[in-house]
Design a protein around this ligand. Structure first.
Ligand code: PLP
Length: 431
């Protein structure tokens, strides 16, 4: 039996798995099988009727992915999880699982550029409106809410602005309105306990800190099990009324058979994953399981190094502005402190005193830091969002999002701090 613990360090290593039941392998095996044999015709029928849980076909679940899902469920203190082929599909499914044509959600406007595009363009084409709150305050979220609103959405530590999302306050407002809060916790696994603060669903790009080594792409949706879908039957028909695409299953009723509030994840797996197919590959699930074993050590080191880099940049004459939650002041600092309990994250933003050419000189002169559009890797990374991740946004949206031409985002790795600072220092000298 897997060891149970209340501590994230232990959960991330032992959650959901002890050893392989047939071989006794201690490392989680990669089950690279597309399909799984049924014991009998009756057994197959029971699996399809959800009277018994088991492996059927990898598009809707597989043993390696299941262990990753169980481990993340335990780590976050939820009831169930669904892994997906990318963080982006996790974000998309988390919303599509509640919305149909004519519905809307209310979201923070501080979002990863890809999510901004999904929300403001692609979901719109599907008939789902995303209303962006003016500010991350309960009042601004409430103002945009009506009977067609299905959830609130925000990113805990949104890059590039790194203004921490007030999970507690927005969750309180969401619950007052009878809505769940979905939080993208990609940049703050372990250091933000989003469910303890009131979030109902957490989504992650596992590609980042969870995998941690820049070697696999994937995502995960974790359900806290705290939102009572049945208390809001009319608001959530997709979970509370017969689903013609699964012989009229009512997901909240199906969940009762499992004695857990897992209707949301059941539908996400059995409808969205079945029909849209953004399934995580078992090899990638293995990379995330490996990554999780050192996640608590790594995230602490990322935070420790990032704080040192932020302090160094704050004193540098060529740096106009440094953005790091530990350096925030007033209300922003208060929110950062109550939301990020275990450190302020591994991302540091800064603006250089110079034009776009000066910015290019900084990037081109880095020796150790990689110039890539990724975050959460063991290696330190540098990105110039204006010319890369946020290039597809209009200039007005870009500036509104805090992305000026001189803005850089660093994802600070776990190398020795002296080497990280030395590289940044010598590149700044050439600006
Ligand atoms: N959410 C956040 C906060 C991200 O930073 C990213 C990617 O950078 C995503 C979601 C999308 O994840 P993926 O690239 O794994 O699809």
């Amino acid at each position: 039996m897997p060891v149970k613990s209340n501590n994230p360090e232990t959960k991330a290593i032992h959650g959901g798995y002890r050893s392989d039941p047939t071989t006794k392998a201690v490392a989680v095996p990669i089950y690279n099988s597309t399909a799984y044999e049924f014991n009998s015709a009756d057994h197959a029928a029971k699996l399809f009727a959800l009277e018994e849980i088991g492996n059927i076909y990898t598009r809707i679940g597989s043993p390696t992915c299941n262990i990753f899902e169980e481990r993340m469920t335990e780590l976050d203190g939820g009831v169930a999880a669904l892994s997906t082929a990318s963080g982006h599909s996790a974000v998309a499914y988390s919303v599509l699982n509640l919305c149909q044509v004519g519905d809307n959600i209310v979201s923070s406007r501080n979002l990863y550029g890809g999510t901004w595009n999904l929300f403001s363009n692609t979901l719109k084409l599907m008939g789902i409106e995303v209303r962006f709150a003016g500010t991350d305050t309960p009042e601004d979220f409430a103002k945009l809410t009506d009977e067609k609103t299905k959830c609130y959405f925000g990113e805990t530590l949104p890059n590039p602005k790194l203004e921490v999302f007030p999970i507690k306050q927005i969750a309180e407002e969401a619950h007052k309105q009878g809505l769940p809060l979905i939080v993208d916790n990609t940049c703050s696994p372990i250091i933000c306990d989003s469910f303890a603060l009131g979030a109902d669903i957490a989504v992650y790009s596992a590609t980042k800190y969870i995998g941690g080594h820049g070697s696999a792409l994937g995502g995960i949706i974790v359900d806290s099990g705290n939102f009572n879908w049945e208390n809001h039957k009319e608001r959530f028909p997709l979970l509370n009324s017969p689903d013609p695409s699964y012989h009229d299953a009512i997901w909240t009723d199906v969940a009762k058979a499992f004695k857990a509030n897992i209707a949301y994840i059941l539908r996400a797996r059995l409808i969205l994953l079945r029909d849209l197919g953004a399934t995580l590959a078992p090899d990638s699930a293995y990379a995330f399981i490996q990554g999780m074993q050192t996640l608590s050590l790594r995230i602490n080191k990322h935070c420790e190094n990032a704080l040192e880099v932020a302090k160094f940049l704050s004193t540098h004459p060529k740096v106009k502005k440094v953005i790091y939650p530990a350096l925030a002041t007033g209300k922003a600092k208060q929110i950062a402190d109550e939301t990020l309990k275990g450190g302020y994250g591994g991302l540091v933003g800064f603006v250089i005193d110079g034009d776009i050419e000066a910015g290019k000189r900084f990037i081109n002169n880095l020796n150790m830091l990689y110039h890539v559009v990724n975050i959460g890797d063991t290696r330190s990374l540098a990105t110039h969002p204006a010319s890369t991740t946020h290039q597809q946004l209009s200039e007005a949206d870009r500036i509104k999002g805090g992305i000026t031409d001189g803005y850089f985002r660093l994802s600070i790795g776990i190398e020795h701090i002296d080497d990280i600072i030395a590289d940044i220092k010598q590149a700044l000298e050439k600006v």
